[in-house]
Structures are given as C-alpha cells and as structure tokens.
Design a protein. Structure first.
Length: 499
C-alpha cells in the first residue's frame, strides 16, 4: 500500500542528505538491514563525503545571521507546525524505526512520545528562558541577552536516534542557531524522515542533514565555522571529538556512556511485584541498549536470595523476545552484529571467570530468533565486583546482580566507576534519598529507573566521563546560547585610574 510519506510498506526507504533545503543524492549509499532479519534491507542512506559535509556547514553558516534575527514567536510557530506534522506521521515513523532499529513498536512509540514532549516543552519555554534581562542599579544599567551560538554540529547515536536528535534540533533552532545533523549509520532512516519533515518548515540552510561515519564526523567537529558540538554517543568517540574541537575551542555538550547502578536497600519489598517489574524493565527496556539503563544491580545481602528468586519470576513474566511487530514482544533483537558480539563476549568472559549465567524470559519465535541479532536476556550471578561485565558498559540484554553488606561499601562501589550518568536507589524513600545524596551521578531515581523515571522538564546529563553539560530542562535550552552582557555604567571615569 502506498503511504502518504512516500513510504511503501516493507519496501526499502531511501534517505537523502539535506543541504540548504535540497535533498542531495550522494554518489554512494549504504544499506541498513533489519536486525530481526538481516537478509531484509530496510532502506538506504547516503555515504556523504567530507566535501558534502563542508557544503552543509557553509549552508548553515550562511543561513545563520538571518535566522538568528528571526522573532522567537516565528521560530516557535515553525517548530510547532513541524511537531504537528510529525504527530500525524507518527504511525509510519514508528514502524520504520522498529524495522531498522529492532526495538518493539511500543518502544518506538515511547521514543516518539518523549521526543514530542521535549519539543513542545522547548516551544513553551524558550521565550521565557531567553527573555533578555534589563537591570537598573546604582552604577548604571545592565542588559543581559542570550545570543545564539552559531552553527551547531549535532551527532547522534543509534539507540534513540529520534529522541537524541530532536533533543538537539528543537532548542538549537528555537534559540536562533542553525544546524548540521549527522545520525548514526546503525539507525539512519526514521531520523532522516523526521529531520526532513522538520527542515521543510524552516528556511533553507537552517537544518541540514548529512550521513556517514567518522570522516564526516571529523569535518563536523573541526570545521572553523562550527561553533558548537552537541554529541551523544560513546565516551571513546567523545575523546576524539574533544581533541578535534580543541583547535578552534568549540562549545560542547557531550552526553556519553554510563554504567548506571541500581542499589537495592534492605528495606526494599521483594514481594512488591510492580516494583520488581520496574526493576526488570530498568535492565531490559530497548534490549538493554539505553545509556540510562541500570547496568549493574547491588542488592543488600540480607535480602539477596529472595530478591534473586523474585527477580527471576518477574523477568520470566515480562521478557518476551521476538519480532518488534509482534504486540506480545517486549524485547527485540540487538541493533547490530558488532554490539551483539560485544555483549556475547562479556557474558562468555564472566562465565569463564566462574560466574553463573541464568537465561530469562521466553523466545516467542525460535525461527526468527535464529535468523536475527537476537540474544536471550540473562542475569549474571557470582561475578566479581571488578569483572568486565560489572565495570564495562555492556549496552545489551544482560545484567550482573551482586550482594553488598553496608551503605558505605555500596556507595564506594558505585562511585569508583569512571562513569556517572544516572543511578537508582530502591527501598524506603527516606533511606533511599539519604543514599542518593552521596551518589556521583547526573540523575538518581528512587524506586524506578531509566526511561520510566525520565522527566524532560528537568536537566539530564552525566558527571565524570559520562559527559559535559546538560540536555532537557531549562539548561537544555540555555546550552544553545551565549550570555551577552551590555553594560551602560553611569560612572564612566574610574577615580582610581590616574589622569
Ligand atoms: P558512538 O560513539 O559509536 O557513535 C555516536 C555517533 O558518533 C555516531 O553518529 C557516529 O557515526 C559518530 N562518530 C563516530 N566517530 C566519530 C568521530 N571521530 N567524530 C565525530 N563523530 C563520530 O556511539 P553509539 O554506539 O552510536 O551509541 C552508544 C553509546 O552512546 C553508548 O556508550 C551510550 O551510553 C551512549 N549514549 C549516551 C546517551 C546520553 O544521553 N548520555 C544517550 C544514548 C547513548
């Protein structure tokens, strides 16, 4: 059946670059396979060259002065029109996202819902947040304005391609910046559809899109006309980017990896089935491929055995592995082969060190399972506190559960990580808040974790090697402006400076 967006169900989707308002057909393109069935090609995206990246940056630089001077009301109206169109197209977007990514349909719908919530929050808040301040005081007058930064290079990862691109597009454009976006080759299609629909509502050059790997990324992070980099991805990649951007001292927001812990206090009720289900979801939503998933669980020794028993019960109930398009499925395939092999390697390593690996959940379609990048979710018991499965970010469907003896020990175990993105504490609220206050992380949730506790009205980001700066919330808008102070002192000639 022909679809309104030109997308034919189950036919390959063709993504293009967008440079200065034009769709650009690149010389080379790459295929994106369906991770649930890699023999099926979901679509194609261009392999853009460095020259095309430069053209996109130059288009953004040319569009910037005019766009920066557009009234905020007009910017908001354009963005709101784009959101309305995206909402109408949501059923098609989420199907394409599930096909190329592997996440279950409900999960794609959740990603779109978070994207819309954030874009609308930014539309509602931007005028108030960027309102200039005029202060009359005893030494004259001071005007503080919030000026756009300039051309922003936005680089996004594969795990939440739409949410982690719109998290950058909305505040950047609303604040008067222009942008070149580069999504990940592991999920380039649905985000291209979304970016095209947004770009169409703005003047040419305001929002550009290029595809490709590190080569294009390097251009976006070194070009002198790029003023800011908004990057979400791995900590290793961010180290290259920081070095690349040093030459021209670019502004940066970096949202990076995490090894988020869930700390389960003795006061946690292991018989609370809803809470246990939330914990399981905190570990396995999006097949464990979320920066803010709980990737290690520390449980107080006094409740450890009963916790594990009840956790397995809850996991076996919630985890149903299979096709993203089967409405009974909660966990899809891993997004790509390299990630699958990395997670398998971590599990094999844990086993070789003597840990016990317990399979969780049910496989709904064994034939499909054998074809795709599927991995049955597992729980790892008996790992050492410093084994790779515990200290590395696994980013996949496996989780180590470890005992602890007292608060001091678990806080130390938590904080010795090089990461500090999110975390969660489970149990009596007051005790949990007491522990949370001592945790080094950007966010700590109480009795929930990961996307379940996300609130786009509040800032999100990491400490230590989990990142620099914040997205979401008022800070997520402010990170796209420079504070500009205009002083009009009444005392023009200072008495202590000699004539
Ligand atoms: P990645 O670092 O491999 O890739 C991210 C993006 O950077 C991709 O678009 C990639 O093509 C691009 N890139 C690669 N090399 C580059 C270079 N030299 N210069 C510029 N760009 C370059 O990350 P990934 O595998 O796509 O995503 C998974 C990682 O992202 C995990 O570590 C996860 O924790 C992290 N993540 C963090 C957050 C957060 O908000 N903190 C959210 C989601 C994912």
């Amino acid at each position: 059946m022909e679809r309104r967006l030109g997308l034919v169900a189950n036919e390959p989707f063709i993504a293009y670059a967008i440079i200065n308002g034009e769709q650009v057909r690149a010389e080379k393109r790459f295929a994106r396979e369906n991770p649930a069935n890699p023999a099926e090609i979901v679509g194609y995206a261009p392999v853009n060259t460095r020259e095309e990246a430069v053209r996109a940056i130059e288009a953004a630089a040319e569009a910037f002065p005019k766009w920066a001077n557009t009234a905020i009301d007009e910017r908001v109206q354009r963005m709101q029109r784009a959101i309305d169109k995206l909402k109408e197209a949501a059923p098609e977007i989420k199907r394409l996202l599930s096909r190329e990514h592997g996440k279950a349909l409900y999960d794609s719908e959740g990603e779109l819902a978070v994207s819309f919530m954030w874009m609308e929050f930014a539309c509602r808040m931007v005028k108030e947040v960027l309102q200039e301040k005029v202060k009359q005081h005893e030494r004259g007058k001071t005007i503080i304005t919030y000026d756009p930064v300039g051309v922003v290079s936005a680089i996004s990862p594969w795990n939440y391609p739409i949410a982690l691109s719109t998290i950058k597009i909305a505040p950047a454009l609303l604040a008067g910046n222009t942008m070149v976006l580069k999504p990940s080759p592991y999920a380039p299609l649905a985000v291209s559809m979304v970016t095209k629909m947004i770009a169409d509502e703005f003047p040419p050059g305001v929002l550009n899109l290029v595809h490709g790997e590190a080569e294009v990324g390097v251009e976006l992070t070194t070009h002198p006309k790029v003023a800011k980099i908004a990057f979400t991805g791995g900590t290793k990649t961010a180290k290259h980017i920081m070095k690349a951007a040093a030459e021209t001292i670019k502004k940066m927001t970096l949202e990076l990896g995490g090894n988020d812990a869930a700390i389960v206090l003795p006061s946690f009720d292991v018989y609370d089935a809803r809470a246990m289900r939330r914990l399981v979801i905190s570990n396995f939503l999006t097949t464990g491929q979320i920066c803010m998933i709980a990737k290690r669980v520390y449980v107080h020794r006094s409740i450890f055995d009963s916790f594990v028993e009840k956790y397995i019960e809850a996991a076996n109930q919630w985890i149903r592995v299979g096709s993203p398009f089967n409405p009974d499925v909660t966990v899809g395939p891993v997004n790509n082969k390299a990630q699958l092999e990395y997670v398998q390697g971590l599990i094999a390593d844990a086993e070789s060190r003597g840990a016990k690996v317990i399979k969780l959940g049910r496989i709904l379609d064994p034939d499909l399972f054998a074809k795709g990048y599927f991995l049955q979710p597992t729980l790892v018991l008996g790992a050492d506190y410093h084994d790779p499965i515990v200290v590395e970010e696994q980013f996949g469907p496996t989780v180590p559960i470890l005992p602890f003896d007292d608060e001091e020990q678990v806080i130390a175990l938590h904080n010795e990580s090089i990461y500090g993105l999110t975390s969660s504490v489970w149990g009596d609220e007051e005790e949990a808040i007491r522990v949370a206050r001592r945790i080094e992380a950007g966010t700590t949730m109480i009795n929930t974790a990961a996307v379940q506790g996300l609130d786009v009205r509040f800032p999100f980001g990491g400490v230590k090697q989990s990142g620099v700066g914040r997205e979401y919330g008022v800070e997520g808008i402010m990170s796209y402006v420079e504070t500009h102070v205009i002083h009009v002192p009444t005392e023009l000639d200072l008495p202590y400076i000699p004539e």
